[in-house]
Design a protein around this ligand. Structure first.
Ligand SMILES: Nc1ncnc2c1ncn2[C@@H]1O[C@H](COP(=O)(O)OP(=O)(O)OP(=O)(O)O)[C@@H](O)[C@H]1O
Length: 299
């Protein structure tokens, strides 16, 4: 098979380049071919993956969740979609963790050389495609507010510091939701959507039991309680994303959400847009490589 390795030189602690010789050596032991492309600037990989989709069987993406999201958006705008394989080198690497791919390159390549790919859902927020999460409200800005200098210095802890700072702000915004011909409205401090049970490097075992190929997405509306809302939110996260009595948890393939024009939405850790949105799930839209364990659990 023909692979294109696209890597982000600034993801995580910015040291992926040192792995290239090892990767080329591993490929030289097989019949597979590999080309390598280094991202030149933000959004570069979106353009490159859209153009190169028709020329390759597999896109190997080395970076964090933002890098994977760029490649996904390029691929989705192309008719032929290569299989997606990940080499995590970012900070949280949630998508790779969901697919059971860790930082051991030799072990990951073994999966790409030997395992059969699986079909996975792709979600869409307005025009933007995403794989595993959407968020607004408290904590939703930290993945892009944190500076690369802090990530390089503190690694994952940089996100934790930013999250603690965000808890000092007040959050309260109205939402009207339409899903499956039903309507609801409430006032939220946060909306979190996940396609499995991992976000921000955390495992939220009690958030959902959904699969990655069922054509459905899950949204949790964390309501603004009259008192102790920060404490309630924290207690839900500490208990693995357990739903609190007052919160609303919906499962559907399409949500239409109306809210204030200044409410920001984040998809896969990257800024997406402000205001009203439509979220849709396309069932089994791409093929990905996953570890045998994760294939059993999520597919
Ligand atoms: N050559 C480049 N120079 C500067 N920024 C780049 C370059 N190529 C890509 N980027 C940007 O780097 C940002 C961070 O990438 P990514 O999200 O993969 O890493 P991370 O934040 O360390 O990991 P994670 O999202 O898993 O926590 C992305 O927003 C991407 O647009």
């Amino acid at each position: 098979m023909k692979f294109l390795l696209m890597y982000n030189p600034v993801s995580g602690r910015a040291n992926f380049k040192s792995n290239l010789a090892k990767i080329i050596k591993e490929f030289s032991k097989t019949n597979h071919e590999i080309d390598i492309y280094e991202s030149k600037e933000p959004k570069d990989l979106e353009k490159v993956s859209a153009i190169e989709s028709k020329h390759y069987d597999v896109f190997l993406v080395a970076g964090g969740d933002g890098t994977v999201n760029e490649v996904l958006n390029g691929m989705m705008n192309s008719e032929k979609k290569p299989i997606l394989g990940l080499l995590p080198s970012g900070t949280a690497n949630d998508i790779a963790a969901i697919l059971g791919i860790n930082k051991n390159i030799k072990r990951s390549l073994k999966i790409y050389f030997n395992e059969k790919p699986v079909e996975m859902d792709v979600n869409q927020l307005n025009e933007r495609y995403f794989l595993y999460t959407v968020a607004s409200g408290i904590l939703s800005r930290i993945s892009y507010d944190v500076t690369r200098r802090h990530i390089k210095k503190y690694g994952y802890f940089a996100y934790v510091i930013e999250a603690m700072k965000d808890f000092s702000h007040d959050y309260r915004y109205p939402v009207k939701v339409k899903y499956d011909h039903q309507y609801l409205s409430c006032e939220c401090v946060m909306i979190l959507g996940l396609s499995t049970n991992r976000v921000g490097g955390m495992s939220l075992v009690n958030f959902s039991e959904s699969k990655l190929n069922d054509g459905l997405f899950e949204l949790r509306f964390f309501k603004r309680a009259k008192s102790f809302w920060r404490f309630r939110l924290l207690s839900s996260f500490i208990r693995g994303g357990k739903k609190l009595r007052e919160d609303i948890h919906l499962v559907s393939s399409k949500f239409e959400i109306e809210t204030s024009s200044n409410v920001e939405w984040n998809v896969d850790g990257e800024y997406a847009c402000k205001g009203n949105i439509v979220i849709k799930t396309q069932k089994k839209a791409i093929k990905v490589f996953a570890s045998p364990k994760r294939k059993k659990r999520y597919f």
